[in-house]
Ligand binder design. Structure first.
Ligand SMILES: [Zn+2]
Length: 314
């Protein structure tokens, strides 16, 4: 008797469980439970984590599309997502100060990667460090490392090693994914080296001081309208100096960013009958960029195209 009942009962249980899965466990959540949850403080870090983690991870970029990292503050909902993730990646050096404030507490349950902290000890030569300290006055470190492709490679390696620590079972996949992606960044670096080799001028005028590492890598003389953050207001004297520099060096193009006001670049362009062009510091993508499928590599290629125009390269 008991056997007769046992079979249909277990069938009922199984059917019930399947029904439960169908109703409550929509594919995203079901799959999500077996994947590593990663949160990142802004776009390049989130993108690099997606490239390395591939199918095994779910990456959340804490900053919504169209926002600028220097000005961002997370909501309580964002903080919940970060605390629920297995790995949190942030840049450090003052660009995402809210993340630095979380670091100590978050570390109790989550693997936390402060990219710059690892970077300063393993990558930048003394010369590079000092140069950027001078560029920035009193600030401790220039945060915009991802704009030099070869430093972006180091970031990818840091993220790969962190992911292997969190999920050692998939080490092989993470090594393969990262080496594939590093290959495309190395290609990008070659395009920059070749594309910026022979140019009429090496002087450029950019909106904010995001391009220090890129300039060191490709030997550019960068003059920025504002400081390390796009929201800083330049003095009238600074604007006059830049206009004079443009006239002296025959600079006709003035770079602005998608996520900050183009007004200052437009003012300078009017002053010397020049024009404006985008040089994207890649702190974030707009909704439009995302819909168009633009990525770190494609935006960097567009940047190269505009640099070649402004520098008159052949
Ligand atoms: Zn910046």
């Amino acid at each position: 008797m008991s056997v007769k009942f046992a079979i249909p009962f277990s069938k009922t249980i199984t059917a019930g469980f399947i029904l439960f899965l169908l109703i409550f466990c929509i594919p995203y959540i079901c799959i999500a439970s077996s994947k590593i949850k990663i949160t990142a403080s802004f776009y390049p870090l989130a993108h690099f984590a997606e490239q390395v983690g591939g199918e095994n991870v779910i990456v959340t970029n804490i900053m919504p599309p169209g926002s600028e990292p220097h000005e961002f503050e997370p909501t309580p909902g964002d903080l919940r997502k970060i605390y629920n993730s297995g790995l949190f990646i942030f840049n450090g050096a003052g660009i995402d100060p809210w993340a630095e404030r979380l670091e100590a507490d978050l570390k109790k349950d989550t693997v936390v990667i402060n990219i710059i902290k690892l970077f300063s000890s393993i990558t930048l030569s003394e010369r590079e460090k000092n140069k950027h300290l001078n560029d920035m006055g009193n600030r401790s470190f220039d945060p915009h490392i991802w704009l030099d492709p070869l430093l972006a490679v180091k970031e990818v390696e840091i993220i790969r090693d962190a992911l292997i620590k969190v999920d050692p079972g998939n080490e092989k996949t993470y090594r393969q994914n990262s080496s594939d992606y590093i290959m495309s960044i190395n290609k990008l670096n070659k395009k920059y080296t070749a594309g910026l080799k022979t140019c009429r001028t090496r002087d450029i005028i950019v909106s904010h001081g995001a391009f220090g590492y890129m300039s060191s890598r490709y030997d550019l003389q960068t003059n920025s309208i504002t400081g390390l953050s796009p929201e800083e207001e330049p003095s009238a004297r600074k604007m006059v100096e830049l206009a004079k520099l443009a006239l002296r060096k025959n600079i006709k193009h003035f770079f602005y960013e998608q996520l900050a006001s183009p007004k200052l670049a437009e003012t300078l362009a009017r002053e010397v009958s020049g024009e404006t062009l985008v040089l994207d510091p890649l702190g974030g993508l707009t909704e439009k960029d995302i819909n168009k499928g633009r990525t770190y590599i494609s935006v960097m290629e567009d940047n190269l195209h505009n640099l070649r125009t402004a520098m008159d390269c052949n």
